[in-house]
Design a protein around this ligand. Sequence first.
Ligand code: ADP
Length: 295
Amino acid sequence: MSVTDAICAEISATTGQAFSLDAETQVGGGCINASARFRGRCGREFFVKRNAADKLDMFEAEAEGLQALAGARAIRVPAVVCVGKVGTEAFIVMEHIEFGRGDAGSQQRLGKELAALHRHTASRYGWHRDNTIGATPQINTQTSGWVEFLRDQRLGYQLQRAETKGAKAGLLKKGRRLLDGLDYYFEAYRPEASLLHGDLWSGNYAFDSENAPIIFDPAVYFGDREFDMAMTELFGGFQPSFYMAYERAWPLDSGYVRRKGLYKLYHILNHFNLFGGAYADQAESMLDELLHCLP
Ligand code: ADP
């Protein structure tokens, strides 16, 4: 049996309705996996991502992340159908959503619904399991202190990986100085542990055919909601009406402007660890700016 046939059999078993494939169309736009739309003879459609069998854990974490986001009932996320492994491949199957263009109110709705998602909080930072950010492991050991979590499991972890990827001594030294001074940024601010998407760049949101926002491909954990907001700013693609609606629903702390560089740095260090090259220079100039703010 081919991998495609095995995935269709799994869809049939999970949904309780026989699914026989009519057409498989490749979908571009992803960074990590091979994605396709499966259309059945019955007219039902599914979105399927495939990767090597050792990525099963990554897909299981993605499925749990999507389910956690769905459970908050704040923003639409694709419903998960099944996750599995066949031969040399792992796969995740979810509801296929037809994307639309969004209308005049869609960005505003995205901002409002993201704030509603962030209202879902936990007593500790982290999550019940690790997941991935891009293809990099993301450690989510549950912790009661945000500074400790950010230092050890976010910035410190990426810096350790950067060392193994050949980052220059200067960058690593500046990184260590920042970790030592991290408390300064949180003297008057203790964030709530909000349910985060975790990888909220413009390639991970869309609007459905009714113009409602959808978020997908998450790296879920409970943390400072400023982390999601900083990510939206990092590569652009979110409109002013998104930010206005978010602020109206739940204003950000005035210290966000100082702290957002910390959160952007996490993602730039991750980009260095994944892709190398000029991201090292970008990380170093971000570190210079952050260190400059320290007393
Ligand atoms: P990767 O894990 O490889 O980064 P994504 O989850 O980002 O892949 O998905 C790749 C692309 O497929 C997205 O950019 C989006 O355009 C589209 N997509 C993602 N989820 C769905 C879905 N449930 N239905 C339809 N299209 C989707």
